[in-house]
Design a protein around this ligand. Structure first.
Ligand code: HEM
Length: 212
């Protein structure tokens, strides 16, 4: 019990530290730095564009899930400071998705808009990716405090998309892989776990179970 209290106090100090957000910022940038370095140094293998597109997509998905972890963490630890990190993580998730989308539009399709439109209509996994992207866009655009105030209760309603977008992104992943389903299955299990952690806890009513 005392150990748990110490751990919570330590965690609180860590999350409140001034360097916490800058460190997280740098950590979130590292995968991109590594990928760009890989392209420049030519260490990404025979198909660097594919590696780049896949890795940025996967980081987008990972960060979406990490963002969704913040509310359960607040609930489990009782520390409101997790929520301070949520916006930055969500914006980084969107940033990786934008890089992922751009790498498809640019490096894969060379901005051939007719070809891109045909691809969106023809390949369901691309359709799902675009749908997920357009679900995240309003969330990124309304992430500021000013927009939060302006939208009031509608802000919360709109931000339910933060749950729908990863679900559609998972569909995008399932439709893309043909044989090895292990990765999308693992991400889906994580997503389901996050949803379960969010379910409202049933309060034990005084007198429940007693005969009437
Ligand atoms: C929320 C939005 C999105 C997320 C989270 C996402 C995530 C992912 C993930 C996890 C992968 C598989 C990575 C792997 O195999 O390890 C992937 C692949 C891919 N995504 Fe997305 N994606 C999103 C949107 C898009 C959009 C808008 C496009 C383009 C229209 C797109 C195009 C692709 C392509 C082409 C691949 C396969 C790359 C290849 O095999 O060469 N994605 N994405």
């Amino acid at each position: 019990m005392e150990g748990a209290l110490h751990f919570n106090a330590y965690l609180r100090a860590l999350l409140a530290a001034r360097w916490c957000k800058p460190v997280l910022f740098v950590l979130c940038l590292l995968p991109l730095v590594q990928l760009v370095y890989g392209i420049v140094a030519d260490t990404l293998g025979a198909n660097p564009i594919e590696v780049f597109t896949r890795a940025t997509g996967e980081w987008g998905l990972r960060l979406l899930l990490v963002t969704l972890l913040m509310t359960p963490l607040r609930r489990l630890t009782g520390l409101a400071q997790w929520i301070r990190l949520r916006r930055m993580l969500g914006l980084f998730a969107f940033f990786y998705v934008v890089v992922h989308f751009t790498s498809y539009l640019w490096l894969d399709q060379f901005f051939d808009w007719a070809e891109i439109l045909a691809d969106i209509l023809k390949r369901p996994f691309i359709t799902a990716g675009v749908v997920a992207f357009f679900m995240l866009l309003p969330l990124a655009l309304t992430s500021s405090n000013a927009m939060m105030r302006r939208l009031g209760r509608n802000w919360k309603r709109l931000h339910r998309l933060a749950w729908l977008a990863p679900a559609v992104a998972l569909l995008h992943f399932f439709w893309l892989v043909k044989a090895d389903l292990l990765q999308p299955v693992l991400y889906t299990l994580l997503f389901v776990l996050l949803m379960l952690l969010r379910l409202p806890r049933r309060r034990s009513r005084p007198g429940a179970g007693r005969p009437a």
